[in-house]
Write a protein that binds this ligand. Structure first.
Ligand code: HEM
Length: 459
């Protein structure tokens, strides 16, 4: 155990700072004019694209990398190889993100000339620096997997999901860097939407699901999973490959859309297997009886295991109501899967939907991933730093309220057709004000999480 690398808090702090002053601030700066009817910022496409990229790689990416560098070696029971390299992952990605953003926002304000040419080179180098950071991470991770004990059963069930994550990080960062070489850096990148799909389907969902499978039975009292998720992972991977191929090739019989329908169904089936829905709906006692049996429950009560713990959980409240964040994340994931299902069906039938991919993406990115990060960060990270509880439990509840307000504000006015509220005067305006404020709600929630973690780690 002593050879294990300690937890690298710097990844979490950097992800939070990049989110607060970078990704979410850019998002808020675009959403406010939209919500309050002000003028949109100049060079809108750069704002949108930089917001999206900063959120994906800076916020969710660095969080995932930081947590996995601590978690994966302990999970496969092998110390992390090349520990001295981990600082370069953070340095390369963060420097790349900051330099690229700075240069991208400067170029359009200058006359074309030597300075803009130099800044363009800086953008390109920064994109390659980000890619180099991701490559070092993948190198360390793949070496770790190679050194794991042969036939290690603990990994087998979720192995396809981790393999997808590795492929996703590789494709996303490579495509991103190539685009900045091949096209005008100030224009809208042509593979932008494709890269976002890659990150969502290959990195974010697989890694979030694999982590949920490994950690929920430890944090939330649900029985260990008896099903192997291996074949679900393989099926999910095949469907994602077909769906992504549809971007470039006309697939026969609309196979790409059918694959998308399967992806949504697999996500819903996987959520069903996580047993979070009955966990939310049943009383702790009824849940225990249904999934563990009367005898197990009686033995646990007799052994005194439940004297201190909160009913239904293993903690005694020192992490606040963190489960609310996890439950709401998964409710947003169900909404995402259903909306994607409807979107796919609408492509095959006459069904007409009043929304496009933007609100659905944000249901996933803000509703599912960001809420899950809030929950997992406040439940899991104190333990990584050998702390026995959080500095503030009420902050957990506040991040739940503010986070959900941000999601509702961000997606409701675009998801719900205006005519539904036709009878109620002013309701659409109010929903749009909510849209305008959504970024601010999220930023306040992020600042609270940062404060809570910082005080917890220091305490
Ligand atoms: C309350 C918080 C957020 C606000 C106010 C916000 C706002 C926006 C806005 C206004 C757009 C442009 C939409 C359009 O032009 O159609 C956008 C696009 C986008 N956002 Fe967000 N967003 C938020 C959170 C997030 C999060 C958490 C993520 C990822 C983790 C994210 C990732 C993206 C992506 C990938 C795009 C598309 C970028 C592109 O088209 O290149 N956003 N967001």
């Amino acid at each position: 155990m002593s050879n294990h690398q300690p937890f690298q808090k710097s990844y979490i702090y950097t992800a939070l700072w990049l989110a607060i002053v970078g990704g979410f601030s850019l998002g808020a700066h675009i959403a406010m004019p939209m919500g309050f009817g002000w003028n949109l910022p100049r060079f809108y496409q750069i704002w949108v694209q930089t917001h999206g990229h900063m959120q994906l790689l800076g916020w969710t990416g660095l969080f995932i990398i930081g947590v996995s560098l601590y978690f994966m070696p302990r999970f496969v029971k092998v110390p992390l190889p090349y520990q001295h390299l981990t600082k370069y992952i953070l340095i390369f990605i963060t420097t790349g993100l900051i330099l690229k953003t700075g240069a991208l926002f400067t170029i359009p304000y200058l006359e074309a000339g030597t300075t803009t040419s130099l800044l363009t080179v800086l953008v390109q180098l920064s994109a390659f620096l980000e890619m180099a950071g991701v490559f070092v991470y993948l190198f360390v991770l793949i070496t770790l997997f190679k050194r794991k004990p042969r036939n290690y059963e603990g990994l087998k069930s979720v192995q396809p999901f981790f393999a997808l994550m590795v492929a996703g990080f590789f494709l996303f960062s490579t495509l991103h860097a190539i685009q900045y070489i091949a096209f005008d850096v100030t224009s809208r990148m042509p593979w932008s939407s494709f890269s976002i799909d890659i990150f969502i389907l290959l990195v974010l969902f697989p890694v979030a699901f694999a982590f949920s499978v490994r950690t929920f039975p430890l944090f939330i009292q649900i029985p260990p999973f008896r099903v192997s998720f291996f074949w679900f992972g393989v099926m999910y991977a095949v469907c994602v490959a077909i769906y992504l191929a549809g971007t470039f090739y006309e697939t026969p019989f609309h196979l790409d859309i059918v694959a998308k329908i399967f992806i949504s169904c697999v996500i819903l089936i996987l959520i069903y297997h996580l047993k979070l829905i009955p966990k939310m709906l049943l009383s702790p006692r009824r849940f225990m009886v249904r999934y563990y049996g009367e005898k197990y429950l009686k033995d646990r009560i007799d052994s005194g295991a439940f004297t201190k713990a909160r009913p239904g959980y293993y903690d005694y409240g020192q992490y606040g109501r963190f489960e609310l964040l996890i439950y709401s994340a998964y409710i947003w994931l169900i909404i995402y899967a259903v909306l994607e299902l409807l979107r796919s069906i609408s492509q095959l039938t006459a069904l007409s939907l009043p929304f496009g991919h933007d609100p659905v993406r944000h249901v996933f990115l803000l509703g599912f991933i960001t809420m899950l990060i809030f929950g997992m960060a406040q439940r899991m990270l104190p333990g990584f730093e050998k702390k026995k509880g959080l500095w503030s439990r009420s902050i957990v509840t506040w991040t739940f309220i503010l986070g959900n307000l941000a999601v509702l504000g961000r997606v409701l006015p675009i998801l719900v057709p205006q005519r539904w509220f036709g009878e109620i005067p002013g309701i659409h305006e109010w929903l749009m004000y909510g849209f305008g404020m959504s970024g601010i709600f999220a930023i306040v929630a992020l600042i609270l999480v940062l404060l809570n973690l910082w005080r917890t780690f220091r305490g």
